[in-house]
Design a binder for this molecule. Structure first.
Ligand SMILES: NC(=O)c1ccc[n+]([C@@H]2O[C@H](COP(=O)([O-])OP(=O)(O)OC[C@H]3O[C@@H](n4cnc5c(N)ncnc54)[C@H](OP(=O)(O)O)[C@@H]3O)[C@@H](O)[C@H]2O)c1
Length: 298
């Protein structure tokens, strides 16, 4: 059994990994208090003590608009810490699994983005994540960079929880219709990542599939599509809820005026993941169903 150290234990993907890995793998999780990425060097003592075979980094500065004002924080956590982390990980012969984002692309393409497409981020968040990726590529010999998009979960801070919360304050929701991407349930990402790791387990020393992978369901949509579908499910399950009764209005990115610029198209092709690991994530409709189902349990 391999030893896995997971960073970012409290996040959406980190929490999902807890559910997937505990009990199945020899695993340890670190939250921000236990390892602050602003003092990432402290991980060396943990590597020496726990001797992990694999480190999964699910920690990041993920506030896309916030990064425009807090550029230094975004770069410190998403980029400079990753430079140091990846050098240490490589020095100890550990495999690094690092998550990244569709926001490293500029959206000029009109067909699904492949791993070989050239990034050109439009936001500080995207820039900081791309720089982090480059450090992993430069510093590590055994790594997976997993780019995903629109992570949703039963945690509070994601698109579905936000639109539901907004509907409690105002009965009309304006949702962007011209940013085409996909959203993905955190547990689908966690499960697929765990399966990738299982598939390299037998022959890690001779593994040749290292590199960048896109990980998303195979259907694209806009935030307006996602909101409408979530409301459709809500109307079936709970027709009298404030969210079911709210009005969802479509709005363009220009009218909405977000602080950080996002790509108008950033849907990721996951063909490489299918080809190399025979893995395919369910599409965004399934992801939304899972989150609505999870919310109802609480
Ligand atoms: N969310 C999305 O829509 C999305 C889309 C595409 C790609 N991704 C990528 O997927 C990965 C995971 O995203 P997620 O949605 O699971 O993120 P998340 O829910 O925002 O969680 C981020 C995690 O990073 C931790 N963190 C933040 N600053 C830290 C610091 N200074 N030191 C140590 N830990 C710190 C947070 O700890 P606290 O709980 O203490 O704050 C939290 O555990 C990231 O690489 C992200 O870029 C996310």
């Amino acid at each position: 059994m391999r030893k896995i150290l997971v960073l970012g234990a409290t996040g959406q993907i980190g929490s999902a990994l807890k559910r997937d890995l505990i009990g199945r793998e020899k695993v340890e999780f670190l939250n921000r208090k236990e390892l602050d990425f602003k003092k990432i060097e402290a991980i060396e003592a943990k590597i020496k003590e726990f001797q992990p075979d694999i480190i999964i980094n699910a920690a990041a500065y993920t506030n896309v608009d916030g990064a425009e004002d807090f550029r230094e924080d975004a770069f410190q956590i998403n980029s400079f810490a990753i430079d140091k982390l990846s050098k240490l990980v490589n020095a100890y012969g550990v495999v690094l699994v690092h998550f990244s984002t569709d926001y490293i692309f500029d959206g000029q393409k009109k067909s699904p983005y492949m791993e070989t497409d050239t990034p050109n981020p439009l936001s500080v968040y995207g820039e900081s994540k791309l720089e982090g990726e480059k450090f992993v590529e430069e510093n590590c010999s055994k790594f997976f960079i997993i780019r995903t998009s629109g992570v949703i979960s039963k945690n509070e801070d994601n698109f579905i929880s936000k639109i539901k919360k907004f509907s409690e304050k105002q009965n009309k929701l304006s949702v962007i219709n011209d940013q085409i991407t996909s959203i993905n349930f955190s547990e689908y990402i966690s499960r697929s990542t765990a399966t990738m790791l299982k598939k390299i387990d037998d022959n890690i020393e001779n593994e040749s599939r290292w590199g960048i992978y896109h990980m998303s369901g195979d259907k694209a949509g806009s935030w307006f599509d996602f909101a409408n579908y979530a409301q459709k499910l809500s109307k079936l399950n709970d027709p009298n809820s404030v969210f079911s009764k709210s009005i969802i209005e479509s709005i363009s990115s220009i009218e909405f005026n977000q602080k950080a610029k996002r790509p108008n198209y950033s849907f990721l092709s996951s063909d490489k993941l299918k080809k190399e690991f025979d893995l395919k994530l369910p599409n965004w409709e399934e992801s939304i169903k899972e989150v609505i189902k999870e919310n109802e349990k609480n």
